[in-house]
Design a protein around this ligand. Sequence first.
Ligand SMILES: [Zn+2]
Length: 118
Amino acid sequence: MTTQIIESVLEEAKKQGAKKVIEVQLVIGKMTFLGTEQVRFSYNILVEDTIMKGSKLIIEEKDGVIECSSCGYRGEIPVVDDPAYHVPIPTLRCPKCAKAAKIVEGKECTIRSIRMVK
Ligand SMILES: [Zn+2]
């Protein structure tokens, strides 16, 4: 995932004829389960030999949204405490009618902006 992002940024920088990328802003949906620390870590390693080296990475996390086709519910993803793991686990069940709902937001990982020096 991080590799793809960096490739896109480099491609865009090349198109614009940039000499150096100084800042990258990302929007990461929480339902991607990409830890921001993990992304940051890979980012710093992967940009090492590129014009993105030393650039600032800003990550904005976006909450997930589910939609239920049975009752039309649309909203936050309900979280249940799993006694086996003692961690809150997002469930894809509609909080209104308990039928299966699908994720409509929060699975994306997009580049919001790139600041570069030409
Ligand atoms: Zn429902």
